[in-house]
Design a binder for this molecule. Sequence first.
Ligand SMILES: [Zn+2]
Length: 419
Amino acid sequence: MPHVFLKSLECLRCGQKHRPVRGLYVCKKCGGKLEVKYDYEAIGERIDKKALAKRPMGVWKYRELLPIRDQRNIVTLNEGGTPLLRARNLARELGLKNLWLKDETRNPTSSFKDRPMSVGVSKALEFGAKTVVAASSGNAAIALAAYSARAGIECYAFVPEQAPDAKVVQLLVYGAHVIKARSKGMGDPAYKLMQIAWEHYGWHPIPSCGTFNPYQPEGSKTMSYEILEQLNWQVPNWVIIPTGAGTLLSGNAKGYFEFEQLGFIDRVPRLVAVQAEGCAPLAKAFKEGTPPYEIPTWPKPKTIAGGLVDPYPWDADTAIPAIRRSGGSAEVVTDSEILEAERLLARFEGIFAEPSGAAGLAGLRKMLDGGMIDPSDLVVIEVTGGGLKDIKAATKIVPRAPVIEPKLGQLRKLLDKSH
Ligand SMILES: [Zn+2]
């Protein structure tokens, strides 16, 4: 059944409203970023908390709040519906009473990006797109490749020349055409190529950020919907979010504000962006009050958290106002703090995250040091991606495994030595 809840696309820069038609990804008037608007009154008449409670978990249980008109176009691998785990051991260790982990490593390609890409590819299918194109070396492109494969849509991924082998291989396995972009020292070469391909060949752009396509970021807001439902509608005091371009935080924020508008909650949680010290343009701009469109590109980004390397924070224009409106904050953490968080998540709670996925916990520890959090606060950390995506980083936090022959003597000698 087609639904009428998708209303318009509104330019965040000049306010111009557009009809959500095929081929329109940015404002026709000023080139600004578009935001998807719905008919919230009609949605409020269709769904309430009780109706939601009856539906099975997953991204598409919130279909009225997603931009697909015809449900037959939905391309899904059962993304979302990830567990919200109570972290009792970590809470005890950190002196907190009420700590939860949103475990996004359980998504089909092991990162939260499956939520936006399920929506992005579904919309591409609805528009009749034959080819989609991404600019990213990381989890977003991998998720796009997987969903495109499932939809039978051709996928091109422009990646930086130095993209790690593991991620390039994963892209190729899903059948994506991977093209490496060489930097000529002028902006992001992969994004540049994506724009060229989109303008010249008419391919459907599905990058991670919302700047060049308003649809796929809608998927990320379902994380917020789930967190609220899983907490039985208690609103967390804090939600801590690993942050690169600000896309996830913007998407999450939209989810909370929408549920507030629908009257499902009466306040929103304080949202915290956590960035890596080696690439922190958004956190810096937040602290210094730099207007989002004047944020300079971060020179020479370098961090172990590859998922957070976004030298230009494309979605700062939505993320920074959302942080402020929620009464939140931005934190910057070092690589060693991120690795320590990766170790703690695994040792205390049994969750293996990649460095960018563990950055939220590193940010929480920093906030506790700064006395920002009350011990009784309800805190949710988003663990955004799985550790198998970056084995090289994980080897930095583990000892080498010893080798012995199957003899009692050798085992005994080894155990004596380690005690
Ligand atoms: Zn505009």
